[in-house]
Design a protein around this ligand. Structure first.
Ligand code: NAG
Length: 212
């Protein structure tokens, strides 16, 4: 009698486990300034959500072969387009809180990749800054510096974060990406506790934006 009860109980438990929705449920899509979902492989300009002082697009210290990732201090200069590719390629919609590679879209073959990564800084105030030369794909401990996430921030904006805790359960630090000003390099995207998050919007690159 007792064993029948145990069998019955474990069946119930099994049925319950099966009916629990998957933890991998999709998070909400990231939207561009026109309210359209961001798509993997499509070109976007990352721009400051704040206009005027502190405004400006994301670009690189060299637009031919990008080196470090910077923000222009003027909102008149057009940034360098990027594409996003999720670690899990099950759908092509870019979603909040998912691990992504971010890559500058460039025409030229360069001696290093245009994939974003974080790199240790000699500057003790920022510790890590965002540069290029990363590896695309292959989620794991060896590519841990190459993964970024987009999170909602405030009412109308997003922020970029470094927090690849799903890529490798190896105790990575989670940090917002802010802007650190350096005299010789400009406004560098950096990880720091001391910087406020850089609030961004995404503008799809199309025939209209390239003619402006
Ligand atoms: C930008 O990169 C290209 C290719 O590596 C190089 O030829 C050029 O001199 C660089 N420009 C600047 C301003 O550093």
């Amino acid at each position: 009698m007792k064993s029948t009860l145990v069998v019955w109980f474990s069946f119930l438990l099994f049925a319950f486990v099966l009916s629990v929705p998957s933890i991998e449920a999709y998070t909400e899509p990231v939207l561009d300034i026109q309210g359209e979902q961001l798509k993997a492989g499509t070109e976007y300009i990352i721009s400051s959500a704040i206009w005027g002082a502190g405004g400006g697009d994301v670009s690189a210290t060299n637009k031919t072969c990008p080196d470090d990732v910077i923000q222009y201090s003027l909102d008149l200069l057009q940034g360098l387009p990027v594409t996003f590719s999720p670690a899990s390629s099950e759908d092509d919609v870019i979603r909040v809180s998912t691990d992504l590679n971010i890559k500058f879209s460039i025409k030229k073959d360069c001696d290093h990749s245009s994939v974003w990564k974080i790199q240790k800084s000699s500057n003790s105030e920022v510790h890590w800054f965002v540069t290029t030369g990363g590896e695309e794909g292959n989620p794991g401990v060896h590519t841990i510096t190459n993964w970024f996430k987009i999170e909602k921030a405030g009412i109308l904006g997003y922020k970029l974060v470094f927090c690849p805790e799903d890529i490798c359960h190896c105790g990575v630090l989670c940090r917002d990406i802010g802007i650190y000003f350096e005299n010789n390099r400009g406004r560098i995207l950096s990880l720091s506790d001391k910087l406020s998050p850089f609030l961004v919007l995404f503008k799809k690159v199309g025939p209209l934006s390239s003619s402006i």
